[in-house]
Ligand binder design. Structure first.
Ligand code: ZN
Length: 138
């Protein structure tokens, strides 16, 4: 069995952002030379997510509205976590949107469904943050 590890770095210009990372994940898979196995993609920060869904801008606005309804950013004072920080909402958004995805690798390709795309979701951005990719297989 082979394994391969790589980190992707992101520095968003906004506090919240959705970035389609499917092509970057595909490139890392190609680099690895692994053609059958599993690929794990996870956010390495507790205020960011990796998830799979449709690459459709309306849906991303719906995520924003839905998440702001569940855990509004402001007022900051509504959260006990916000003593020295202002990112309690980002922790909560990350919790519901998830930490990682696992995708099957078949014949050297990401074995995704027809509309499935991999996203990095940032909830407390404007700084450098990482995603880990770990591939195992042969
Ligand atoms: Zn925090």
């Amino acid at each position: 069995m082979k394994s391969y590890r790589k980190e992707l770095w992101f520095h968003t210009t906004h506090r919240r952002e959705y970035i389609n990372i499917t092509d970057q994940v595909r490139s890392v898979l190609l680099e690895s030379g692994i053609s059958e196995g599993l690929i794990l993609v996870n956010a390495m920060h507790i205020t960011a997510s990796v998830f799979i869904n449709d690459d459709e801008s309306g849906l991303h606005e719906d995520f924003e509205t839905w998440l702001e309804g569940l855990a509004p950013e402001k007022p900051y004072s509504q959260y006990r976590h916000n003593g020295f920080e202002d990112n309690a909402d980002a922790h909560l958004k990350r919790q519901i949107m998830g930490r990682e995805v696992v995708v099957a690798i078949t014949e050297g390709k990401l074995d995704l469904g027809p509309w499935e795309q991999i996203f990095y979701a940032e909830y407390d951005g404007k700084r450098r943050k990482r995603v880990l990719i770990k591939i195992i297989g042969e």
